[in-house]
Design a binder for this molecule. Structure first.
Ligand SMILES: *Cc1c(COP(=O)(O)O)cnc(C)c1O
Length: 401
């Protein structure tokens, strides 16, 4: 009988997702602890000088330095890879470190990237500001329209980069169509899957090459730590991403890795309940405000597409009121839901993107992205949904909506 098999793919690949989330990647120490051990160590020691030389030469299995490897972090990487259905995963200190590494490790001067218009503010900064500084061109398209991706592809296009659902407009990209367009042209796709997570959407199954995460959001799920992850083939992760990360150093701290490991154990439960709550809150708001952008609602223009590639629509959506003044007044009238720009938390949080998360992009770019002055983004948490509806109802009454 074989036990402690969380690291053995011949066994874990037979496990269903819920089992992978609890046990995948677990590597027990000599003490047989049930919960994953936290290895807070920067270095490792060797019995003999020859062992150190052999490990550095890659001839002996074992760890050398925690910028390169750490047992707790490797447990998390194996667990995320199992949930994602990817050959390999590498974690990073933040979601933005994951996005930056996923792009820069495979691009060079003269290359070109096509990216979706709606994106996390810092992701737009990467494509619009950072890449051009290094001679890498970028074209921004309306990600909802596959034809725009096809038209924007050039001979030197190396990557398609997008989020779906996208932050904060909830634009949906047709994964099968857009990844197919990329494949036909030898272009790789990098999908920022932070909103859905592998619990609700697995882009690799639709033909994406690489997925990247802010694990700060749903994977931690309780607003505690920052973390990121990149998933793909072993060839890509070990051959292209790893040298970049090991030498530039955006390494995830073992403590944060441990927190996210614990978070993943409840990811499926949390994201399903939060999605149910979000659907109820969105249906309530739809009757009260001019516009609600939630792919789970039948009124969303891409509802059918979203539901064909996602199991549920997730905990996050946006709504539109008259302008900045009314948006701020609505936030100020809330008593339970926090004014906070984080998402993925078990607490309900609401923010005004134009003056917070997207304040760093120009007004013109915000306009192009669909981030208007009256847009609000809501992360629906695990509280009793009736308390959330009561809070929003009261706040809407106060601002006259
Ligand atoms: C939060 C977020 C990021 C950045 O992640 P950090 O962990 O904050 O660095 C990137 N993409 C999306 C879609 C996000 O929501």
């Amino acid at each position: 009988m074989k036990r402690n098999t969380g690291q053995d793919r011949t066994i874990t690949s037979g496990w269903r997702p819920a089992t992978r989330a609890i046990r995948g990647g677990t590597a027990r120490s000599e003490w047989g602890e049930t919960s994953e051990a936290l290895f807070l160590t920067s270095g490792y020691s060797y019995d003999r000088a020859g062992d150190a030389a052999a490990r550095f030469a890659g001839e002996q299995v074992g760890m050398t330095y925690s910028r390169l490897q750490n047992p707790t972090t490797e447990m998390l990487e194996e667990r995320i890879a199992l949930l994602e259905g990817s050959e390999a995963c590498r974690t990073t200190a933040t979601g933005m470190a994951a996005m930056t590494a996923a792009l820069l490790c495979q691009l060079q001067a003269g290359d070109h990237v096509v990216a979706g218009r709606a994106a996390f503010g810092s992701c737009r900064w990467l494509t619009d500001t950072l890449l051009p500084k290094f001679g890498i061109g970028s074209t921004i398209v309306d990600g909802r329209d596959p034809q725009q991706w096809a038209d924007a592809a050039q001979a030197n296009t190396k990557l398609f980069f997008f989020e779906t659902p996208a932050n904060p407009t909830m634009d949906i990209v047709d994964l099968k169509a857009v990844c197919g367009i990329a494949r036909d042209r030898g272009i790789r796709t990098v999908v920022d899957n932070a909103f859905a997570t592998p619990a609700l959407q697995r882009p690799l199954e639709w033909g994406a090459d690489i997925t990247a995460y802010s694990a700060t959001k749903m994977m931690d799920g309780q607003g505690r730590v920052l973390a990121g992850a990149v998933c793909g083939t072993a060839e890509f992760i070990n051959g292209e991403l790893l040298p970049f990360i090991r030498n530039t150093g955006p390494t995830l701290a073992p403590f944060n890795a441990w927190v996210v490991l614990k978070g993943l154990e409840t990811l499926d439960l949390r994201i399903r309940r939060q999605s149910e709550n979000a659907l109820k809150v969105a249906a309530f708001l739809e009757r009260r405000v001019p516009r609600v952008n939630y792919p789970g609602l039948a009124s969303h223009p891409q509802h059918a597409l979203a539901m064909s590639q996602m199991d549920m629509a997730g905990p996050i959506f946006s709504l539109e009121v008259a302008g900045r003044e009314q948006a701020h007044a609505l936030l100020d009238a809330l008593e339970l839901i926090d004014i906070s720009n984080n998402i993925g938390d078990s607490r309900s949080l609401m923010t005004h993107p134009a003056s917070t998360t997207h304040a760093g992009v120009s007004a013109e770019t915000r306009e192009q992205m669909g981030v208007g002055e009256g847009l609000l983004r809501l992360n629906v948490g695990l509280e009793d949904v009736d308390d959330l509806v009561d809070d929003l109802g009261r706040a809407l009454d106060r601002v006259g909506l």
